[in-house]
Ligand binder design. Sequence first.
Ligand code: NAD
Length: 483
Amino acid sequence: MSRQITSVVGGAPVAGGDGHADVNPSDLADVVLEYGAVDAAAARAALESAAEALPAWSRTTPWQRSEVLDRAGSEVLARADELGDLLAREEGKTLPEARGEVVRAGQILKYFAGAVLQPHGHVLDSVRPGIEVTVTREPIGVVSVITPWNFPIAIPAWKIAPALAFGNTVVFKPAELVPGSAWELVDILNRAGLPAGALNLVLGRGSVVGPVLTTDPLVNGVTFTGSVGTGRGILDASAPLGRKVQLELGGKNPLVVVDDADIDIAVECLVQGGFGSTGQRCTASSIAVVTDGIHDRFVEAVRARLSRWTVGDARGAGVDMGPVVDPSQLAQDLRYLDVARGEGAEVVGGDVLDLGTAGHYMAPALVLGTTATHTINREEVFGPVVSFIRVANYDEALAAANASTMNLSAGVCTTDLATAAHFRRNSKAGMVMVNLPTAGVDFHVPFGGRGESSHGPREQGFAAIDFFTTSKTAYTAPGSPRT
Ligand code: NAD
């Protein structure tokens, strides 16, 4: 029998009904663990527990909160190999990628352990004589944290750590596909010294527990990362109720390669950005926009590089790319390739692979001869698929890059300083990379996109305080003047 885990409400385990198996996408015979999905009543109980814990937790000192996060960060870092193995096993990114994600989660916990001790308020003289003005930050209250499957520990960490650091309490609902990494993070934080109820874990279906976690009167804020469709639904349901809502959604991220690019750098940017983590990153380089003078050489160089790109078991030695996460994502990837063929594009690669073990394996795919209007360049595939748009010059490249409506990250490969500066200034994306893959960000600076990709304040780093606190401006006049 495989390992069993449960939801956690008020510090205690809560078993659910509907059984759910966490299956290894590299080896479908391997059940990582099992849990019972909880219902709407359990989600409501988790919110009540968070609401009960709020007054005491919000009054703890910054040092107490810092110590909890610091201890949790130390444990995550110390267990990076073990947690990385679990993450690779349940999600399918390679061991180095999975371990790197766990280390990132530890760094984020440590960052917010420090950030909470920094000055966050202002004391000003009033424009009126004898009055003092203070601007302070207060927690928003009970926060629902809802996360996707593709970063099973880093995304939860970058939402939960600032939520707790700034005195909020949390109900956390991870994606159904990756309960193991979520459970470990919650367990580590609770054992690091959180009071019961400050952090609750709800393992349930989005359609069942999601509406409670976004619209219940006990919810003060919702921070969500996931697809555009789900995110828009949450905004429509919760914003009219006055909930503070932060959304990080899909990305359609162009990498522009111009004639003067260093071709080796450009190839690495595209291959790492497009096919790293099986292309299942919101910041993946899913479109290559390439100028005429370098296009054919670039495509050949990418093909040569991919001929040395090994697809296999996420935990296998020397594997560059693990499997697709589940059957429905694999079907979606293949469907987009069919649509591209139907619209006249040439697809190179993209075959379903039989590697001897039942798993969702697929070869990386290049989709050649597309334009910005092709379906594949307007919708998020979320798989190991990169489409190519050939353009005459840099101006056309910039226009094609800016045609995306999910403007999360955009990159340019060039050796010309003026082109780099122009792209940085004129890209419509929320994050811009010069001679770097569109994926791969730091944790101490803001993260987020524009257009359909984001809503609300930015996440991460020094920007996180904007969502997880609300400011209070207080005016104080002296009582009776002293004589
Ligand atoms: P998804 O939208 O299907 O699910 C995300 C979460 O929402 C899951 O936990 C799911 O259970 C939950 N959910 C489903 N229905 C709900 C409802 N009615 N109410 C509340 N919650 C509900 O997304 P996914 O397939 O897990 O993740 C892939 C998507 O996430 C991609 O579009 C990707 O681009 C995006 N993503 C964005 C970022 C970013 O920072 N912009 C980062 C990672 C992933």
